[in-house]
Design a protein around this ligand. Structure first.
Ligand code: MTE
Length: 316
């Protein structure tokens, strides 16, 4: 993982709408004020039990960001379409202002917060992460976001909180597949174990490539969990619930044999219909060999301890 103080690339992926301009301003000024993570937010905190994990100087490799041009029309957003190009176009209709997020369940202080207030209260950092889709392609993305743990701690999780569930917005008027109830159960939901959610690598992103998130990439707020397959990184989040028991999640519910709850990147556990041994890097030359997929997407040093008691040959 790389945490940078400077924003690298200006994006052209911004609409003219006022809300994007306002959020862009807030994000840019916060990045400037905070020094964008010179000292990671978690570094100085007293750690609760669930944070008893490896932290520190992570040196992941080949972290040259994938050109934005390649990413912006290559998105999975099934509420809009089952192909990548159409979902990018259709996602532009999503209404993202105003946007609020409910945080509830096993917490002392349930709240509903405007996104702007969340962003102001959090320390924005740039995180350059590898991203591996279960379909067998990968990219490197400079996200702008904040620690999920920091947000969760602000509502004081109860000791009964064992899982964290995330829900995408329900906007059937603009999301055609929600209207038709096509293929999946809507709204899209995902979940993590509480220790996964509290891990320092887990972030909520509000931007990428130094600017606000584009709508097709999950604006205005999405999850990013870099050691898991991309479908865990749920977009357009409106609700975060802390729960006692594991919730059903969209893909796991639809096809449990194909898409497990954990979905940790693992080259040794194939998808029922294809190998997960290697990946095509977006932007790589046609003749470039596929990249060897790494266990936990290369973040094993940081996260393997979370799964100490699990037989990884069986968990997907
Ligand atoms: N979130 C929602 N709400 N709906 C989706 O269809 N697709 C997932 C994930 N988050 C999806 C979602 C999948 S399958 C992947 S691979 C990533 O988003 C893709 O993120 P990207 O489009 O920003 O590359």
């Amino acid at each position: 993982m790389i945490i940078k103080t400077q924003k690298p690339i200006a994006t052209s992926e911004i609409t003219d709408s006022l809300v994007f301009k306002r959020r862009r301003q807030i994000i840019k000024s916060l990045l400037a004020i905070t020094g964008a993570g010179v000292a990671p937010a978690w570094a100085s905190e007293t750690k609760p039990l669930w944070d008893n994990l490896t932290q520190g100087d992570f040196s992941a490799h080949d972290l040259t960001p994938t050109p934005l041009e390649l990413i912006k029309n290559y998105t999975n957003y099934y509420e809009f379409a089952f192909n990548k190009e159409d979902s990018t176009d259709l996602a532009q209709h999503l209404a993202i202002d105003p946007w609020s997020v409910e945080i509830s369940g096993e917490v002392e202080k349930p709240v509903r917060l405007h996104l702007e207030d969340i962003v102001r209260q959090q320390t924005l950092e740039e995180r350059i992460y590898r991203f591996r889709c279960v379909e067998g392609w990968s990219m490197v993305v400079p996200w702008v976001g904040f620690s999920l743990a920091s947000l969760l701690k602000s509502v004081k999780p109860l000791s009964t909180a064992r899982f964290v569930k995330f829900t995408t917005v329900h906007q059937p008027t603009v999301m055609p597949n929600q209207r038709n109830n096509a293929m999946l159960t809507w709204p899209y939901t995902e979940a993590l174990r509480i220790d996964e959610a509290m891990h320092p690598l887990t972030i909520l992103a509000v931007g990428m490539y130094g600017d606000v998130l584009s709508k097709q990439n999950g604006a205005p707020l999405r999850l990013v969990v870099p050691w898991k397959y991309g479908f865990k990184s749920i977009k357009a989040i409106v609700k975060i619930e802390l729960l006692k028991t594991p919730p059903l999640t969209t893909w796991n519910q639809a096809t449990p044999h194909d898409y497990g709850f954990y979905a940790n990147v693992n080259p040794h556990v194939p998808h029922p219909r294809w190998s997960q041994n290697s990946e095509r890097q977006l932007g790589s030359h046609f003749f470039t060999p596929r990249r060897q997929t790494e266990l936990f997407n290369g973040y094993g040093e940081q996260v393997a301890s979370l799964y100490r008691d699990m037989d990884l040959r069986h968990f997907f």
